[in-house]
Structures are given as C-alpha cells and as structure tokens.
Design a protein around this ligand. Structure first.
Ligand code: DGL
Length: 273
C-alpha cells in the first residue's frame, strides 16, 4: 500500500507523523508544494491548479490512497479530486464539532488560514455546529511562514500570537482548534499563551484513524515497509534531512497526552465524518 500525503508545505508532516504511528507498515509519498506555499492567502483558483498538479503526479506515482493533509486544500478542492480518482481520499477540516462538544460551557477558538475560514465549507460547518454562538476564529497565516522557515523561536512566535490575540479574553476559551496542519508545530507556543486547562485539538488522529479503517475494510493494510519518499513541487527531493528535522521537532513537542485530550483527539473530526 502506497499512501500519498499532500500539503502546501511541511504542515502535512504532522499528519504523516501520526500516520507512521498508526500505520507503520505502509509506504508513503509525502508531497510538499514548497514552490507554491503558502496556499492560505492566495486566490482559490490559483490554489486549485496547484492541488490538481500535485495530485496528478501522486496518482502517476501509483498511490493507492491519499491524505489531503491540508485544511485549505480540502476546503477548495476535495470534491473535485474525489470525482477524478477512484482511490480513497481523506481530507481535513477544523475539528470544531469535538471542540464544541467537549467544552459546552466555554468558548472555542479556531485557528486556520484566511482561505479556509472564508470558504463555504467552513461557513457551513460553523452553521451546523455552532448553535450557541460559542466559536470564534482567527487567521494566523504568519505561523505558516514561521513553520516553513523553521522559525520556532519562543519569543518571536509568542509575541506574534499575543499580538493577534490582543483584545480577546483568553480565560473564556475551553478549547483551541488547530485548523491548519502547520499549526501543530506551534502547539507548545499556543499552550503557553492560553490558560493551562484550555485543550488543544487537531484532526490528525481522527483523519489517520479513518483512513486506517478504510484500508482494513478493503483488505489493503500492512502491505508496505514503512518507506517514505519525499517530493517537493513535482520533483523527488534530493535532500530529505530537512523533512526529518521537522519530524524530530514533532517528537520533541509531543507531550504525553493527558487522558481527556486523548479522548478528544480520538474523536477528531475530519472531512469524511
Ligand atoms: N497546511 C495548510 C492547512 O492545513 C495550509 C497552509 C498554507 O499553505 O497556507 O491549511
């Protein structure tokens, strides 16, 4: 089984990281569209072209399943990609529903890219889920740039977050939703600006779990060796050291999750639920 994992850049490595935990015996092609990153502040048509090119290449490489490890790409193109290919395609969207359900008496803050937040997919999701008007959302595009530049300096990132959150009463928030796969790299920074008991939710666990279920049901599981090939905007990456540095960063920031957080992660919403 060869699984494609696609993102505008390195954000989807946070999903690959989860996939390697839950499905260590498959083969992977990770595709970072680094020539076109970021997607989040571009026009949707421009982004859609980039996505179609990337998925075409992954299909030519013979993938049997695809994780669109990018909330922005999922928002603008998932339905069209599904129409074009017949392998299983799993997308991602901000895990707003589990967040709202898990902190019924508190507010929820969703961080994502500007494009994700203004697309009809998100507007529709909010309409369905946020019946008590308890959800706020904020674009944090600069975090994408920081992540791509491997800029994880605490002071720089924290200052940016505090600046963006100026005027919000952070004590109101019971949950923060990471609605962009790049933001997983800043979980420690985000945790440090919110109150200690605010939970941070991403859709990574649920997304991978869903694909795993599909592959098991198709008897398409455990058919690889755990090999990872990296592509950057149409070419196989000659140097994979940088990608591995990001995976190492994820291992470093991974705190042993407390029981309640694990629970919420287990119900992580993804585009297919
Ligand atoms: N990682 C992507 C997401 O989940 C997009 C980041 C970007 O390219 O702006 O939305």
């Amino acid at each position: 089984m060869q699984i494609g994992v696609f993102d505008s850049g390195i954000g989807g490595l946070s999903v690959l990281y989860e996939a390697l935990k839950q499905m260590p015996h498959e083969d992977y092609i990770y595709y970072a569209d680094t020539a076109n990153v970021p997607y989040g502040d571009k026009h949707r048509e421009q982004v859609r072209h980039c996505i179609f090119d990337a998925v075409r290449l992954l299909a030519q490489e013979g993938i049997n399943a695809l994780i669109v490890a990018c909330n922005t790409a999922t928002s603008v193109a998932i339905q069209d990609i599904r129409r074009q290919y017949d392998f299983p395609i799993i997308g991602m969207e901000p895990a707003v529903k589990p967040a709202v359900n898990s902190v019924p008496n508190k507010r929820v803050m969703v961080f994502a890219t500007p494009l994700t937040l203004c697309e009809s997919k998100f507007v529709h999701l909010l309409h369905q889920v946020d019946t008590n008007n308890a959800v706020d959302f904020l674009p944090l595009q600069e975090l994408v740039r920081f992540a791509e530049a491997f800029e994880f300096d605490t002071a720089t990132v924290t200052m940016y977050l505090r600046d963006r959150l100026d005027g919000y009463d952070l004590n109101q928030y019971g949950a923060v939703v990471l609605g962009c796969t790049h933001f997983r790299f800043f979980e420690d920074h985000i945790r440090s600006v919110f109150p200690k008991d605010t939970i941070i939710i991403d859709g990574n666990f649920g997304t991978v779990r869903n694909l795993r279920k599909i592959l098991i049901s198709k008897n398409d599981f455990h058919h690889g060796t755990g090999r990872i090939k990296y592509y950057v905007s149409g070419m196989e990456a000659a140097d994979t050291a940088m990608m591995e540095r990001y995976l190492l960063r994820l291992r470093q920031i991974e705190s042993p999750p407390c029981a309640s957080i694990t629970n919420f992660m287990n119900t992580g919403k993804n585009d297919n639920e």
